[in-house]
Design a protein around this ligand. Sequence first.
Ligand SMILES: Nc1ncnc2c1ncn2[C@@H]1O[C@H](COP(=O)(O)OP(=O)(O)OP(=O)(O)O)[C@@H](O)[C@H]1O
Ligand SMILES: [Mg+2]
Length: 299
Amino acid sequence: MSGFVEKPEPVQVPGLVHLHTGKVRELYQNEAGDLVMVASDRMSAFDWVLPTEIPDKGRILTQLSLWWFDRLADLVPSHVLSTELPPGAPADWAGRTLVCKSLRMVPVECVARGYLTGSGLAEYRTSRTVCGLALPEGLVDGSELPAPIFTPATKAAVGEHDENVSYEEVAHQVGAETAAQLRQVTLAVYGRARDIARERGIILADTKFEFGYDGDTLILADEVLTPDSSRFWPADQWEPGRPQPSFDKQFVRNWLTSPASGWDRASEQPPPPLPSEVVEGTRAKYVEAYERLTGVSWS
Ligand SMILES: Nc1ncnc2c1ncn2[C@@H]1O[C@H](COP(=O)(O)OP(=O)(O)OP(=O)(O)O)[C@@H](O)[C@H]1O
Ligand SMILES: [Mg+2]
């Protein structure tokens, strides 16, 4: 088993219909039919939603996504309509609530990779391919790829792994034209973001986008280029051949897999609550990613 240790009870707001509890976000529909996305402080790791929240995480991810959407607007429109709180919403939704266009979501996780690690590395080690794409010999954990690649995955249900799929499978599922557009926009946005991050001393190793259609228009949805959807590495510590230090969930993952946590990942038991120093350390990583990328101090 995995997923939620205990599924949270969504806040009810007059005028909003609760649609869905995601691992991190609560989704509502307002009376205009738009999507209201509220990012919580929940954190997931190893396909579990952890029993301990990370203070400010929802606001940091929301503000970072907005910052990126601004910098990508000439490449692809975003789903954000407004950052105003819906009337009657609790005050603590401020800064972590987005009113978005409700889209026909494309059921593909659009991943771009500029560096080899994670599930890409695992596939490379068995077949020297990633999502069926042949790669040169001699690459190691953290190697930069000859060129960024589009490595789609199918979105899994809560508690299941996303599964890497070939481009051909995506084309089969969504049609050749849509698949081509997804690949082109994914790589264009990745390239832009990689360059911006690089100027700030951060390597954007890989990242995941979700797209939807509004009529015939492809729109960038969900969250973008956050530590939850991306691997960010401090460029000055990049050293291929070992796992890289990162601004993502590595801090929590390291603790959960260490003897200190007492947790056995294979046991199918839920992970234990995080001690305060792990919570603080993780929060600090999210703040640092936000500050380094945007150049704005968090508090
Ligand atoms: N503009 C949009 N229109 C419709 N759905 C959207 C839009 N933007 C994001 N979504 C969906 O909202 C959800 C965001 O919630 P969250 O990130 O917590 O979910 P998740 O953990 O990624 O997936 P799951 O919902 O399976 O738990 C995702 O299912 C995403 O596909
Ligand atoms: Mg998500």
